[in-house]
Design a binder for this molecule. Structure first.
Ligand code: PBG
Length: 322
């Protein structure tokens, strides 16, 4: 018998055959598209470190939402950037805050699109931390009612899903209780259960003007070196009532996505964050990589690792290619 017996290349001989045996495929319905909404009229301000992504006033955010829907992307996640910031992030939980108004406008224009509200104070506080301060300390328990208030006002404005990204302890239980008391029992919570203190959030902080004015987020976000702790965070959030869970960032944390998927029965979302997007764009602009090709490879790898849904700034361009 000819050597070798096993020839994996037999299944790679043609494009059709490769398509037939492909294990992971991407679809526009896998994606969630982030939008950065700002106050004002007719604003469509490019974010320098994220080519193709903009700060959008509400009417432009509605137009982007319509485009997402037309391309088959089922959902957007909203980040609000208010004109006025203060120590307590008041505009984050105001009934007529920027994100609450954006939710109403998008739900009115594109009712079928699932609108996810990111719930966190860092875009709304003048110090840029995700909660209120006691001295230099981000106060956990004093922050919870404010986050809960933000969740309630966003859900009342029409948000389909509430996604807390602050990493305070006990927040899922606090949000669930307040939402239930406000008769929002049917609004699911997508917890940023496993969120690392990552350098890959740099461009987002430019987009959201949310860089901490002192210190960093290591006192509340996870240490990138820890994997077993991810399972602890996962268990706590599920016990507190999370309906879906997220791992963030995605690309340096594919092992974590895989473990989380194995350890729970709820949908797993991965956040392909701003720095991951910026690296692809920068390298492609220099002609160092084929941008479309590495984009698809990255998104496929995130899905292969176990993500059921991917939050990605590539959502629209990837959907156009699919
Ligand atoms: C808010 C929040 C951040 C991101 C999503 N929600 C920033 C942070 O934690 O500093 C980052 C998203 C990205 O980088 O694309 N807390």
């Amino acid at each position: 018998m000819a050597f070798p017996i096993h020839r994996p290349r037999r299944l790679r001989r043609s494009a059709v055959l490769r398509d037939m045996v492909r294990e992971t495929t991407l679809e526009p319905s896998d994606f969630i598209y982030p939008l950065f909404v700002v106050d004002g009229r007719d604003v469509r301000r490019p974010i320098a470190s994220m080519p193709g992504i903009f700060n959008l006033s509400i009417e432009h955010a509605v137009a982007e939402a319509k485009q997402a829907k037309a391309l088959g992307v089922p959902s957007v996640i909203l980040f609000g950037i208010p004109d006025q910031k203060d120590g307590r992030g008041t505009q984050g939980y105001a009934r007529d805050g920027i994100v609450q108004r954006a939710i109403r406008a998008i739900k009115e224009a594109v009712p079928e699109l699932q609108v996810i509200a990111d719930v966190c104070l860092c875009e709304y506080t003048d110090h840029g931390h995700c909660g209120v301060l006691e001295g230099d300390h981000v106060a956990n328990d004093a922050t919870l009612p404010l986050l809960a208030q933000m969740a309630v006002t966003c859900a009342q404005a029409g948000a389909d899903i509430i996604a807390p990204s602050d990493m305070m302890d006990g927040r899922i239980a606090a949000l669930r209780r307040s939402m239930d008391e406000a008769h929002l029992v049917d609004t699911p919570i997508l917890s940023y259960a496993v969120k690392y203190a990552s350098g890959f959030y740099g461009p987002f902080r430019e987009a959201a003007q949310s860089t901490p004015q002192f210190g960093d987020r290591r006192g509340y976000q996870m240490d990138p070196a820890n994997a077993r702790e991810a399972l602890k965070e996962l268990r706590l959030d599920l016990d507190e009532g999370a309906d879906m869970v997220m791992v963030k960032p995605a690309l340096s944390y594919l092992d974590i996505i895989h473990r989380v998927k194995e350890h729970c029965q709820v949908p797993v979302v991965a956040y392909n964050v701003s720095g991951e997007y910026a690296m692809v764009k920068a390298a492609a602009q220099n002609g160092w990589v084929d941008g479309n090709r590495v984009m698809m490879e990255i998104l496929t790898s995130i899905k292969r690792a176990g993500a059921d849904l991917i939050i990605t700034y590539h959502a629209l361009e990837a959907s156009k290619l699919l």
